[in-house]
Design a binder for this molecule. Structure first.
Ligand SMILES: NC(=O)c1ccc[n+]([C@@H]2O[C@H](COP(=O)([O-])OP(=O)(O)OC[C@H]3O[C@@H](n4cnc5c(N)ncnc54)[C@H](OP(=O)(O)O)[C@@H]3O)[C@@H](O)[C@H]2O)c1
Length: 294
């Protein structure tokens, strides 16, 4: 099975909606493979491959943007009412295209709190936070749209330019200890490569509507921070107990500590046969560390 995605070709035209951290990594990679990729942002950019899409404005992207589009990847989070911004504004437009595939980046927050147990795609979503209810609603909207959508549920995303190293550098690090608490994560390169792998092997792999993309090793935040300090050759600050630290955390930061789950990647990595580039935080962080030295 192909794991390097070299056969995607120049007949494919992607719209990457929401060219933030994951979207820009995806667009850059897919272009290297010969595909066309136009990307959206809410503000105008100098890049000729970029166009403006802001669901909060009534301006719809120009007709020529959609011309010949075969694939869409949406990386845009739910709007404040819990609806999908892309579907709200562009659904009719998208339905008139000859789309072969649509990808939607969702979150593993829809699983809620499993108290440290593994969660997989066959588990009933059980969102705890309002934002996760909103996300589940967006997933449902995408499925109901009738578009050929595949949903990718993601845990914490990190990569060069957005990792614990950046938090340490910005002096915003808080080393918090909470017994039994783990987080799952995924390196941005694995989001891109897993999606490309699935597209590339579309004809031979059974279709799955929902797929988790996560690494093999959920672990505590302290393990991650300790490893970064080790690579930097610095001493990690003393951990603070969650019960003490929480008074200073924002409500959103606190809410992340209220959920404890291990996200299974068995569907992606065993059933579908994708090989992770960064199987665990150590490999992924090493990549971020080396990148920051360039
Ligand atoms: N970060 C994480 O750890 C994490 C974990 C799991 C899932 N997710 C979800 O996975 C997706 C990708 O994550 P990411 O961290 O790569 O995202 P990101 O960097 O925050 O990028 C989000 C993109 O959405 C665009 N956007 C936001 N609101 C919009 C609106 N109303 N209309 C049009 N465009 C809008 C932003 O536009 P601008 O470029 O103009 O800002 C940006 O390009 C997101 O849906 C995110 O919520 C993230």
């Amino acid at each position: 099975m192909n794991n390097n995605a070299s056969s995607l070709n120049n007949k494919i035209k992607f719209l990457v909606l929401g060219c933030g951290f994951s979207g820009s990594f995806f667009a850059k990679t897919i272009r290297k493979l010969g595909c066309t990729a136009l990307t959206s942002s809410r503000c105008e950019k100098k890049d000729p491959n970029s166009f403006v899409f802001n669901s909060e404005s009534s301006v719809i992207p120009d007709e020529k943007i959609f011309d010949g589009v075969t694939h869409i990847l949406s990386c845009i989070p739910p709007d404040k009412n819990g609806n999908d911004p892309v579907l709200r504004r562009l659904q009719n437009k998208l339905k008139n295209l000859s789309l072969e595939w649509v990808g939607y980046l969702s979150t593993t927050g829809v699983y809620g709190n499993s108290e440290g147990d593994w969660v997989s795609e066959t588990d009933q979503p059980n969102p705890l936070q309002k934002r996760s209810h909103n996300r589940l609603n967006c997933e449902k909207e995408w499925i109901a749209s009738g578009l050929p959508v595949q949903i990718f549920r993601l845990p914490g995303i990190y990569g060069p330019g957005r990792s614990t190293f950046d938090v340490i550098r910005n002096q915003k690090i808080r080393v918090i200890s909470k017994k039994g608490q783990v987080f799952s994560r995924v390196h941005v390169a694995d989001i891109t490569n897993a999606i490309i792998y699935i597209l590339q092997n579309k004809n031979s792999l059974k279709f799955h509507r929902i797929i988790n993309i996560a690494d093999d090793e959920p672990c505590s935040q302290i393990q991650v921070i300790q490893y970064c300090y080790d690579l930097l050759g610095l001493k990690m600050p003393k951990p603070i107990l969650f019960e003490v630290a929480k008074k200073e955390l924002s409500p959103i930061a606190q809410s992340f500590w209220m959920e404890n789950r291990r996200v299974s990647n068995k569907l992606l990595c065993e059933t579908l046969g994708y090989k992770l580039i960064y199987k665990n935080y150590k490999l992924g962080l090493k990549n971020c560390f080396l990148n920051s030295k360039k």
